[in-house]
Design a protein around this ligand. Structure first.
Ligand SMILES: *[C@@H]1O[C@H](CO)[C@@H](O)[C@H](O)[C@H]1NC(C)=O
Ligand SMILES: *[C@@H]1O[C@H](CO)[C@@H](O)[C@H](O)[C@H]1NC(C)=O
Ligand SMILES: *[C@@H]1O[C@H](CO)[C@@H](O)[C@H](O)[C@H]1NC(C)=O
Ligand SMILES: *[C@@H]1O[C@H](CO)[C@@H](O)[C@H](O)[C@H]1NC(C)=O
Length: 326
């Protein structure tokens, strides 16, 4: 049995959530912090974008944690863009943090995904920093279900939606931390069992969330008794499931450029002529057609093995045909 990973941090995460430091998705603006920022309290915290005055104070007294949060912000952007690189909406607008366009400002499916991913990423990055010892003072324990401090802005329905989706993100991360076991032995007799507890890559968690994004449920804010709840819009009355992403507003198809709704359009996006998925030229270009162009790729080739023990290769250039949407 592997030594169980030293994971986690109840205190830190609770603190982050309760101070509102990483509530929502504005904190992703921290990704713009220059990589090499000397740990000079006054300078460092002033240069961070997207912090309000009280948060700058928190920053000053928790510099090590801030470095980890900045790291998490970078991870969210990288992971979101990679996960959606084959989609019409490709998460490029996340770079505008903290001044998002309507694709992420309204209660859309896309914002549902980004809220869930950023909630998962902050926990993930801190957990990783704790296990590698980069963050001193981590305590071991389960991920807490913290009550989140809510900002005053935004409609009640939007707040409920974001709260729900952030929780879905944390649940997916939590599920990925669960004990995994594998049986060995003669024909699966399980005479030897190996169990481990570990962190999945954030990319895997993002892929899980993308599946949930694709099957997200549209909800409405409806009074039930004395309070209003988010309930699925379709007629069959059932409560929202804890595991599903929810959204309030339908998104445009993202085919054409329309700043007003936060759509960049897909003109000049690369498409894949042989795929029949979302990156196929047909779907990506919304039926407008595509233009081919020649691209050069450099590859390692004519590799030779030398005894003992190294390999030498040559560089070969090859032209490939690629396609961009009209
Ligand atoms: C932090 O940086 C500022 C501006 O560069 C400088 O004036 C100040 O002395 C520095 N503080 C420390 C403790 O190094
Ligand atoms: C993502 O979409 C935007 C807008 O269509 C485009 O400018 C950008 O090049 C795309 N990024 C990638 C990696 O395809
Ligand atoms: C295009 O899609 C096919 C089928 O999914 C895949 O095998 C191929 O690697 C893709 N090509 C590029 C350039 O992504
Ligand atoms: C693409 O479509 C073809 C024909 O409809 C089908 O046989 C094939 O399995 C599909 N490939 C993928 C990756 O969905």
């Amino acid at each position: 049995m592997k030594p169980s990973l030293r994971f986690f941090l109840a205190g830190f995460l609770l603190w982050i959530l309760q101070t509102g430091l990483c509530y929502g998705i504005k904190w992703i603006a921290l990704s713009k912090t220059p990589l090499v920022l000397a740990l000079n309290q006054t300078q460092h915290c002033k240069q961070l974008e997207g912090l309000v005055v009280s948060q700058v104070q928190l920053c000053r007294s928790n510099l090590e944690l801030m470095q980890t949060i900045i790291q998490a912000a970078r991870e969210v952007i990288k992971t979101c863009r990679k996960t959606f690189s084959d989609m019409r909406w490709n998460c490029s607008s996340i770079e505008l943090a903290p001044n998002y366009l309507l694709d992420l400002e309204r209660g859309t499916r896309e914002s549902a995904f980004v809220y869930a991913l950023s909630a998962a990423a902050i926990s993930h990055t801190i957990a990783r920093a704790c296990t590698t010892g980069d963050l001193p003072g981590c305590s071991c324990g389960p991920i807490p279900d913290a009550p989140m401090k809510m900002k005053k802005s935004g409609s009640q329905a939007n707040k409920l939606m974001h709260l729900h989706n952030s929780e879905v993100g944390r649940q997916v991360l939590k599920a990925s931390l669960e004990m995994k076991c594998k049986c060995h032995g003669v024909s699966g007799s399980c005479s030897i069992k190996t169990c481990w507890k570990g962190l999945q890559e954030l990319q895997d968690i993002a892929l899980d969330l993308k599946t949930k994004y694709l099957s997200a449920t549209k909800v409405v804010h409806r009074p039930m008794g004395t309070r209003k709840y988010l309930v699925p819009k379709d007629i069959d009355i059932r409560p929202v499931k804890e595991t599903e992403l929810i959204y309030l507003q339908s998104s445009p198809d993202f085919c054409m450029k329309n700043e007003k709704v936060g759509s960049h359009g897909t003109q000049d996006r690369q498409c894949n002529k042989t795929s029949n998925g979302s990156d196929s030229c047909d779907l990506m270009c919304c039926g407008r057609g595509y233009n081919p162009y020649m691209d050069k790729v450099v590859e390692r080739c004519h590799c030779k093995y030398h005894w003992c023990c190294y390999v030498t290769c040559k560089k070969c250039e090859r032209t490939v045909e690629r396609y961009v949407c009209k």
